[in-house]
Design a protein. Structure first.
Length: 78
């Protein structure tokens, strides 16, 4: 149960990071063709860091889960 909550939290963090990256353009506070305003730069850096960190955490979790399944499969043949 705890693992499912952790994965759900990481997925929500990843989606939140993607939203921060898209928000300046979707909401419209970044004028088209203009230099990036400070809020846009902040959203891009923070959203990128949040999305990257949560994605890496999800990949590590998935690799660990696959490793555990492989270990259990190897012991089942004994």
């Amino acid at each position: 149960m705890k693992a499912k909550l952790g994965v759900a939290a990481l997925v929500l963090l990843f989606l939140g990071g993607l939203w921060l990256i898209a928000a300046p353009f979707a909401v419209g506070y970044q004028p088209r063709g203009a230099a990036y305003v400070a809020a846009t730069v902040n959203d891009l850096w923070l959203g990128g860091a949040l999305a990257a960190l949560s994605f890496v955490s999800l990949v590590i979790y998935a690799a660990d889960a696959l490793r555990e399944l492989a270990r259990r499969g190897a012991h089942a043949d004994d």
